[in-house]
Design a protein around this ligand. Structure first.
Ligand code: ATP
Ligand code: MG
Length: 506
């Protein structure tokens, strides 16, 4: 009797084992060990991935940035004052992602992808992972299409091509942002989406940028990503990566994109702050050893894809602030070596009224030349040399010695060319206008006016006449300008000169 009972019992257990199903619990939780200014040390989540999002105390977010043998280092993405030792941390298994797509055009978003322009929420946006590999060598093609900034000095002497990375570098208040914004404004109707990433700037400065873009009707094709001065270093660190992720999505769809990082100095400083708190070993100027990798992996993601990959491109204009024109400091040299050239702005030029304050001698574009249209290239062929000669004799003329005729001619021409290159903000020139101005310089028509101070007035009249002539959009820029067109332009200059003389005699 008892044996039978036992058998029944074992049968029941056997049945139970047979039907037993294993389930694994994926939610992993850990606890905060320390919170130093938003940098958390967390224990108990040893399986966490790099760049994974963690949920702290139910409704706060943190990002994993270092994986130790027992502890995981993470940075808070939201306010951290109320996170204490012992607080619960949950893994999400997801890495940091942002919304992408065309609904971002005309919007201002923060780093976590939420609109901050008071407009509607983004709905059904496609989320993309922020940290990604740059496109490989075989997916790319060389830069052959120009990207006009509308600034004569840049388009003629330091040309930028679609897919190029051109650094804008200079001291504070030398017009760096203005050049970048002008470049964005000039992309109107050029089939090029723009992204302006603002890192560590005052909200008032950003507001001015937004107003300017709105005023010039440029916001409709632009997305602004903002991590303001008062935001956490972690958000400033992520901001450019958010921008490039949005840009990449458009590039993959075959579009051309222009992205501005304003500025990477603030970005490097934010990364340094975070790294020191995360106990990464400090190197030169207390930056962590991988600050070069930080910027190179960011800038490598711009470029131009080949036809098989859609043919899209990302042109990047990173901005770096220098101190006392020192371009040999750590971060400036790093970014100079990563980019395809630099536009160097000098405070001396800026203060002497030569604006945009571009130092033509120290600025360079390493790939843009091959993207420059033949007509512009041909017209600007002697310009750099003439300017170089001018600056050389300008130095000597300061000694006050007797000048020979040739030196006087060089000085006269150089100072008038300088006047032609002066351009106020938000007044981009069309490629046609640029060609015409270069023609006036190359064929020395600017020497018709005697007084250098009269050059701007003469140019204004000439440009107006040029517009009236209908030539502006009729000249083929793909070939060196024909004799016939040069004659027509010459006629415009002659008419303009006549009008200028009449207006002067009044
Ligand atoms: P920061 O270092 O503060 O970011 P920045 O280098 O970005 O400054 P901007 O803000 O672009 O400089 O310009 C500084 C000031 O110079 C602005 O008031 C701007 O209007 C003026 N400015 C810039 N470019 C020109 C120009 N080409 N002609 C006249 N004024 C200019
Ligand atoms: Mg600026």
């Amino acid at each position: 009797m008892s044996e039978l009972k036992l058998d029944l019992h074992t049968d029941a257990i056997r049945k139970l084992i047979r039907n037993y199903q294993t389930t694994t619990v994926t939610v992993e939780t850990g606890v905060v060990i320390t919170n130093s200014d938003g940098i958390l040390s967390i224990s108990g989540i040893s399986d966490a991935k790099l760049n994974e999002i963690l949920i702290v105390k139910e409704n706060l977010y943190a990002l994993v940035l270092s994986l130790g043998s027992d502890l995981v280092g993470a940075v808070m993405l939201s306010e951290y004052q109320n996170v204490f030792e012992g607080d619960e941390v949950k893994r999400t298994g997801r890495t940091f992602s942002v919304p992408t797509g065309s609904q971002l055009l005309g919007r201002v978003i923060n780093v976590v992808g939420a609109p901050i322009d008071g407009g509607a929420e983004l709905s059904n946006a496609q989320f993309e992972q922020v940290e990604r590999q740059a496109p490989g060598v075989m997916a790319r093609q060389s830069v052959t299409e120009p990207l006009y900034t509308g600034i004569l000095t840049i388009d003629s002497l330091i040309p930028i091509g679609r897919g190029q990375r051109e650094l804008i570098i200079g001291d504070r208040q030398t017009g760096k942002t203005t050049i970048a914004i002008d470049a964005i404004i000039n992309q109107k109707d050029q089939n090029c989406n723009c992204i302006y990433v603002s890192i560590g700037q005052k909200n008032s400065t950003l507001f001015q940028v937004i107003q300017k873009l709105k005023e010039k009707d440029a916001l409709s094709y632009t997305t602004i990503v903002s991590a303001s001065a008062s935001d956490l270093p972690s958000l400033k660190y992520l901001a450019p990566f958010v921008g490039i992720t949005i840009a990449e999505q458009w590039m993959k769809e075959g579009k051309d994109v222009l992205i501005v990082y304003d500025d990477l100095t603030q970005h490097a400083i934010a990364y340094r702050t975070m790294s020191l708190l995360l106990n990464f070993p400090p190197g030169r100027e207390a930056y962590p050893g991988d600050v070069f990798y930080l910027h190179s992996r960011l800038l490598e993601r711009s470029g131009r894809l080949n036809k098989q990959h859609g043919g899209g491109s990302i042109t990047a204009l990173p901005i770096i602030q220098t101190q006392a024109d020192d371009i040999s400091a750590y971060i400036p040299t790093n970014v100079i070596s990563i980019t395809d050239g630099q536009i160097f702005l000098k405070s001396l030029l800026f203060n002497s009224g030569h604006r945009p304050a571009i130092d033509v001698g120290l600025s360079v574009s390493r790939v843009g030349g091959s993207a420059q249209k033949a007509a512009i290239k041909h017209m600007s062929s002697t310009l750099k040399l003439e300017l170089a000669q001018y600056f050389e004799v300008l130095e000597f003329s300061k000694f006050g010695s007797e000048l020979n005729e040739q030196t006087k001619t060089t000085l006269n021409l150089g100072s008038k060319i300088q006047k032609c290159l002066v351009q106020s903000p938000n007044s981009p020139r069309s490629p046609g206008q640029e060609l015409f101005l270069l023609f006036m310089i190359k064929e020395k028509h600017i020497l018709r006016v005697e007084d250098t101070e009269d050059v701007p007035a003469f140019l204004d009249i000439a440009l107006r006449k040029f517009k009236e002539s209908g030539l502006e959009y009729n000249i083929d820029l793909n070939v060196p300008t024909s004799l016939e067109h040069r004659e027509l332009m010459k006629q415009v200059v002659t008419d303009a000169y006549a009008e200028f003389m009449i207006s002067k005699s009044r």
